[in-house]
Design a protein around this ligand. Sequence first.
Ligand code: HEM
Length: 438
Amino acid sequence: MLRAVAGIRRDPIAFLTRVTDRHGDVVAFPVPGPPALLLNDPEDVTRVLRTASRSWTKDTRQWAALTEVVGPGLLASDQPAWITRRRAAAPAFHHERLQALGADVAAAADDAIATHLGADDPRVAAGETVDVAALTHRIGLDVVGRLLFSQDLSGHARSVLRASSAGSDAIVRYGQSMVPLPRWVPTPAHLRLRGARRRLTATTATIIDERRAATDARGGPSYGEDLLGLLLDAGLTDSEVGDELATMVVAGHETVAAALTWTLMLLAEHPEVQEQVATEVAALPGPPPLIGGAQALPWTRAAIDEALRLYPPAWVLSRRAREPVTLAGREFGAGTLVIISPYVLQRRPQHWPDPLRFDPSRFLGRSTRHPAYVPFGDGPRLCIGRELALGEMVVVLARLLSRFRVEVPPGWVRPPYEIGAAIHPRGGMPLVLRERVG
Ligand code: HEM
């Protein structure tokens, strides 16, 4: 038991991988109280995720910790609040709205590249490494701000980025503590969580106040068609709207940034795939589309799908049973905790031949519907930002790779992963960006 606790604290992903290798489809952890299971059987995983809003709750430490930072927003809430919020937010993610925003995403990517790399960045000219993780974070934040709140978040970028990274860090530590102390005890993890919450709340309150003032000045009647406007028009209170904005910022920028960073690393390690991507991007007659990227740029999209298989930013999901459940042919009582790790599941040799190999052709021209592939979850709680995220990644990759070739520096060793709200490289991702000529 003590060895398990130490293993979880040191590296939860390695721990989950080890116990899966040893025990297979269902791992039952020897913990006091209701059963705690790690599910690795795709059928069980699908069943849990598809009945998520009826038979399962998000009453787990993972989601409690997130709630401490972003409040009870869409991601961490349960029925009945969840459905009201999902319906209020959904129109902001409809295809037609997203399609119309393709040019905005391309502009956000171009701006972030220009800001972060400068016009003639000496590091690029000298072939020095650039931290592409920092670049993708700025792009992720820019895009979320523009698309969901029609806001340039750059003025708030520092506070949002600091709050969200402090929050991620605190969430991980909190989730790893075996004996959770009451929240009022001022442990370092609790204090970090509270600090992150305070910063995010102050930022979202400013954004909401600015929108209310601008709408009043114009004489209304609607707060606008973006997510912020939809939520205010739906009559949510300022504090509820604030929780949604904080949720979207944290859920929407770290995940996309991490996925883009790992995709760039894998493309740098596989120049032959990168050239396929660059060639199709160069041949595209117009700007890259936000929706329909799989048809217009199949290699680009397949590279992203494959990177999401190897490095799914949301590396763990958890649920608690509302009622008795049958899993792997066995009965478990209400209150059973279920852990699903897309990272572990998507690297299992039982479901993916040569699982550690980066091979976008697995997805080329194919649907991503695979029983052991859940980077965005499944069922009613499927990621609301899935289409936006995939479209954004296609557009950003297209913009970056039309301008630069990405290379690994001499003596390359992959940076180890670190877990936060998303799985990301520890200490950044130093890659060489070379300006393409001609
Ligand atoms: C839900 C992953 C991008 C907002 C989820 C879930 C996953 C996920 C796995 C399901 C969680 C569960 O079942 O417990 C990802 C990944 C992304 C991404 C890998 C990028 C590569 C985004 C973006 C946004 C977003 C761009 C918004 C701007 C949300 C929200 C939910 C969610 C609000 C909760 C949906 C609900 O429960 O109804 N995401 N996400 N995500 N995601 Fe994403």
